[in-house]
Design a protein. Structure first.
Length: 195
């Protein structure tokens, strides 16, 4: 019970990291390591971080394989400020937002802030239930928490399970471990730890 209570604290942030092209910091692995240092410096201490994982590009054909990771970060900053700082860290890594879901030096997603739902339950549910054909072309105008694609992506859930397997979605009640178990096993198997 104490563990579940911890995840209700909105200062407990879950952040997904990814990249598949070189940045000024180096290859994608070096870029993610540098991003974790920047997150600790600009947002708050990294309580736990996953291993680095190699994952196929998403969507298929979007470039070389990605390196992905997840982190549990503790911060007193409000969620919109966290997102702004994540975007600044991406910009410092030469991230350019040219093609949706295209190749990128660094992608930092705020997955959750404790049990916070933003902007509200109805909007979060609408974006979470958005049909796949519309996901490629529509983007929300503001921050949606928890991240609406969280439950669909092995490249997020596999690393996230290392740092927050027991975190529960505040609207669906599904844990990270449960969402991961619900995915296609072949998709989960395509996410492999880097040596």
């Amino acid at each position: 019970m104490l563990q579940e209570r911890r995840w209700q604290d909105r200062r407990d942030l879950l952040i997904a990291l990814g990249g598949n092209v070189d940045s000024p910091a180096g290859d994608p692995s070096a870029t993610l390591r540098a991003a974790l240092v920047a997150i600790a410096r600009r947002i708050g201490p990294v309580v736990a971080q996953s291993r680095l994982w190699r994952t196929p590009a998403f969507p298929p054909g979007a470039g070389p394989d990605f390196v992905n990771a997840a982190a549990h970060v503790r911060s007193a900053l409000p969620a919109p400020e966290v997102l702004a700082r994540l975007h600044a860290i991406e910009a410092a890594a030469a991230r350019r937002r040219v093609v949706r879901w295209g190749a990128r030096t660094l992608d930092l997603d705020l997955i959750a802030a404790g049990d916070m739902v933003l902007p509200d339950a109805t909007t979060q549910t609408r974006w979470r239930d958005l049909p796949p054909a519309r996901q490629m072309h529509e983007t929300p105008a503001g921050l949606i928490l928890p991240h609406p694609r969280l439950q669909d992506r092995a490249f997020v859930l596999v690393p996230l399970a290392e740092v927050a397997a027991d975190w529960r979605h505040p609207l669906t009640g599904a844990s990270v471990a449960g969402m991961l178990a619900a995915l296609d096993p072949a998709e989960v198997a395509s996410v492999v730890p880097l040596p």
